[in-house]
Design a binder for this molecule. Structure first.
Ligand SMILES: *[C@@H]1O[C@H](CO)[C@@H](O)[C@H](O)[C@H]1NC(C)=O
Ligand SMILES: *[C@@H]1O[C@H](CO)[C@@H](O)[C@H](O)[C@H]1NC(C)=O
Length: 156
């Protein structure tokens, strides 16, 4: 799901860059529909952070394999990650079709990030490697959330 979102969104950015050399009238039209450069940078940023979240979550899933409570919590993180990626894929598909981002998908992404943060915060392992990765994960989720706020600000 994630790679579909990533591919579609990158296509939108490349499309925007390609069309930057188009006639001003056509250009203004496309920019209105796909967002300006800053907006697209923020969209790519959120995808990049969620990609990193996926890597950290995979690492934690292995590290917590023999920790019963930790496994349950990272399971919650992984489930919310899939939901977040699905929401991002829906948004990317809408953008690709020059439709506005669906409100339900935006909510799904926001809830997914906050559910991941809550579950990660509840991991109480004393293992130093786990602690480090939990902190990394939370930092990446905060960055993703920050990029999401920026998308709302810059993508009109
Ligand atoms: C995390 O802990 C809080 C407070 O104890 C609790 O309300 C919440 O349901 C927990 N979340 C998960 C995913 O376990
Ligand atoms: C997993 O996390 C540890 C730190 O806790 C790090 O040393 C290791 O490189 C990570 N592995 C991967 C595959 O990211």
């Amino acid at each position: 799901m994630f790679s579909r979102a990533f591919f579609v969104l990158c296509s939108v950015v490349v499309l925007g860059a390609t069309l930057a050399s188009a006639a001003p009238q056509a250009q203004a039209h496309i920019v209105r529909q796909t967002g300006d450069l800053e907006c697209n940078i923020n969209r790519v940023r959120i995808l990049g952070e969620i990609f990193l979240v996926g890597q950290t979550a995979r690492n934690l899933t292995q590290e917590l394999a023999s920790d019963h409570q930790g496994s349950i919590l990272i399971g919650v993180v992984n489930k919310a990650l899939v939901s977040t990626e699905d929401g991002l894929a829906d948004i990317a598909s809408a953008l690709f079709n020059q439709q506005p981002s669906p409100a339900a998908a935006i909510t799904q992404v926001g809830n997914g990030i906050s559910d991941m943060f809550d579950a990660a915060s509840n991991i109480t392992s004393t293992n130093a490697a786990v602690k480090e990765n939990v902190n990394t994960l939370k930092g990446q989720l905060q960055e993703a959330s920050f990029a999401g706020d920026k998308v709302e600000e810059t993508c009109k």
